[in-house]
Design a protein around this ligand. Structure first.
Ligand SMILES: Cc1cc2nc3c(=O)[nH]c(=O)nc-3n(C[C@H](O)[C@H](O)[C@H](O)COP(=O)(O)O)c2cc1C
Length: 196
């Protein structure tokens, strides 16, 4: 069996925020033989995405944050998008990372879609609102992105908080974090694929 390797993509625009704190609580439960890599998109900013998908001369990035993130993404069996809830969806930094996936999908020689198929996408988010359902757009974005790439989806771990550290008082979220990565991730399917 392939050794599991988790990539945590930190999407907050500030260091040491609630999303990262919650992700670290969940990661603590991972077995010691599971590799963990943590990359902050704020510390490794991606350039704005430019849509060159239909220009024939796209090449694989070989330096900078794009190369770092592409290589780390391809090396992981499990990708954890740890993004705060910004305007009901993912942060700009996280969205830019996902936009780069669209470029990697069309980069000759990469076969990004085939490489990602069967891997698992997870989400972790912190939000100030007490109503978890306001995060549905973020959950849908991650679920549908996983479905598009033929990935498994492990769901989204939600925690409540506004200022850094608040989430550590969300006892429900902390309890959920203890078992979050132990759950079985199912193949992600679009609603129209699962409709009877
Ligand atoms: C630009 C921005 C947009 C936000 N949008 C929402 C939102 O739509 N719903 C919500 O509940 N909280 C929202 N918040 C609050 C953050 O989700 C909350 O402070 C969270 O703890 C930030 O995560 P972090 O500590 O990991 O950075 C927003 C905060 C910012 C800065």
């Amino acid at each position: 069996m392939t050794r599991r390797s988790f990539l945590f993509v930190l999407g907050s625009s500030r260091p040491d925020g609630n999303t990262e704190a919650l992700a670290r609580e969940a990661a603590e439960q991972l077995p010691s033989d599971v590799e963990q890599r943590w990359i902050s998109l704020a510390r490794h900013p991606l350039p704005d995405f430019v849509d060159l998908r239909h220009d024939g001369d796209r090449v694989r990035p070989t330096e900078g944050s794009a190369a770092l993130l592409l290589d780390a993404t391809l090396a992981a069996t499990d990708i954890v998008i740890a993004s705060p809830l910004y305007w009901y969806s993912v942060s700009t930094q996280t969205k830019r990372y996902l936009d780069h996936w669209a470029g990697w999908l069309r980069t000759p020689g990469l076969d990004f879609k085939a490489a990602m198929a069967g891997r698992t996408l997870w989400g972790v988010t912190a939000l100030a609102d007490d109503h978890a359902e306001v995060a549905d757009p973020l959950v849908g974005t991650l679920h549908h992105s996983a479905a598009y790439l033929g990935m498994r989806f492990g769901g989204v771990l939600l925690g409540n908080g506004s200022k850094p550290g608040d989430v550590l008082s969300d006892t429900r979220a902390l309890a959920h974090a203890k078992t979050f990565f132990a759950r079985e991730a199912l193949p992600a399917r679009f609603p129209h694929e699962t409709a009877a």
